[in-house]
Design a protein around this ligand. Structure first.
Ligand code: TXA
Ligand code: MG
Length: 392
């Protein structure tokens, strides 16, 4: 571990959208302080619209090394460089291909990371020794202001200990990184909840290396020949290696085993899945060790009725909807509305972390359909489960 640090935690004043309406005196002081720490080579956890990032000066090799050390991250796993102004791109890349221009015009600022060939000023410590650099222009106001106040582009991976779910609340960052980083800026809950879509435009065809809120369908509207890297849709096998180095590591793992239950047609069979979990799984596990279930708005009634569950606050401070039985041996958390997958994306990592605070020996999750945003959600959930999937 790196030397223990005195982590400064400060809140900024945001509105319901997670943005800054007006910068009050305290927020201004916090932004100045963060900017100064970053310019001096320190590392600061910052909110973005996707997940919290652990930021350092992207042009300073030492800052990047500090980020790897704080996260316990393998150093061949490159960092994303965050900018707050489109003019910053030309300094960081050797050229801006036509495909990239189209993406920048249509999706920036926003949750899309674009891979370019890097310029000389970007150190190999930031790119995990690659000749390419990943660049993202976040839309979140607080993130943009911190980059502005730092005056340098910021390398920022998700602000979690390597292998754990990405943080969507300041509390999650504190849990993982307190004492390992210089500062944490609390800007409320991240709206999207899963990390940015990554697209590589350096080859003959645009390739999505990681799916996010921006889907392959969204990209194809502008770049019809774009494809999704086949390696990210399936369980990793030896002869298919994901092109984003980070996708090969175990990710998002909760403290206890997680199993996904899915049926052939998840669009219509979701009640069958919840009944299977109730009738076949719960009885054998809940008495042994306590069981956690990840259900949806549409299926929660099945569990509530069958086990006589009541609303449950839980041991973790968050805004999740939870239910439990009297001795808390069955705990059900609601991932969101199947008709609005964005609600599920927003809660997923929070749920995985919330179960770490509960006394359950296993978690079962209802699998959602792998369509549109469902592709991105299942990419995270399948990894969290280590691809342990029951098909009924
Ligand atoms: O939404 C996000 O992208 C968040 C927030 C903080 O912006 N950041 C994030 O970073 O998720 P991280 O480090 O957790 O994930 C970055 C991913 C990794 O899988 C890494 O391997 C890949 O991006 N990546 C970075 N640079 C790359 C490059 N030059 N070529 C291929 N993959 C790259
Ligand atoms: Mg990450």
């Amino acid at each position: 571990m790196c030397n223990p640090k005195n982590t400064i935690i400060e809140k900024v004043k945001i509105n319901d959208d997670g943005n800054l309406d007006m910068i009050d005196a305290h927020t201004l002081k916090v932004l100045n302080q963060a900017g100064k720490i970053l310019r001096n080579g320190g590392i600061v956890a910052i909110p973005t619209e996707t997940v919290y990032g652990l930021a350092g000066n992207a042009l300073d090799a030492n800052s990047s090394l500090k980020i790897y050390a704080a996260k316990g991250r393998p150093s061949d796993n490159p960092l994303i460089v965050h900018i707050s102004n489109i003019n910053q791109v030309s300094h960081l890349v050797d050229s801006i291909p036509k495909n990239a221009k189209v993406l920048m015009e249509n999706f920036w600022p926003g949750p899309l990371t674009i891979i370019f060939n890097k310029s000389e000023i970007v150190p190999y410590e930031t790119t995990g020794k690659l000749e390419t650099v990943a660049i993202r222009f976040p839309v979140n106001d607080v993130a943009q202001k911190i980059i502005d106040f730092a005056g340098v582009p910021l390398a920022a991976p998700s602000a979690n200990i390597s292998g754990k779910p990405s943080p969507t609340r300041a509390e999650h960052v504190k849990e993982d990184l307190f004492g390992r980083i210089d500062m944490l800026i609390d800007g409320g809950e991240c709206k999207i909840g899963i990390e940015s879509t990554i697209i590589d435009i350096t080859g003959d065809k645009p390739y999505i290396l990681r799916p996010g809120e921006i889907t392959i369908e969204d990209i194809k509207k502008f770049l019809p020949d774009a494809e999704i890297d086949p390696a990210i849709l399936v369980k990793p096998i030896e002869n298919i290696v994901a092109k984003a180095p980070g996708m090969k590591y175990r990710h998002y793992a909760p403290n206890v085993p997680l199993t996904i239950v899915e049926s052939a047609n998840l669009n219509t069979d979701f009640i069958i899945v919840s009944e299977y979990i109730c009738n076949t799984i719960v009885n054998s596990y809940s008495k042994l060790s306590g069981i956690g279930i990840i259900a949806s708005e549409q299926t929660k009634k099945v569990y509530i009725d069958k086990f006589g569950l009541n609303k449950y606050v839980g041991k973790n401070e968050d805004s999740l909807e939870k239910y439990s039985n009297e001795d808390n041996s069955i705990i059900v958390m609601i991932q969101g509305d199947l008709k609005k997958p964005s609600t599920i994306a927003a809660n997923l990592f929070s749920i995985l972390r919330a179960f770490n605070h509960e006394n359950v020996g296993r978690i079962y999750a209802e699998g959602i359909d792998k369509k549109l945003l469902g592709v991105s959600i299942r990419n995270r959930l399948d990894k969290a489960a280590g691809y342990d999937i029951i098909k009924i």
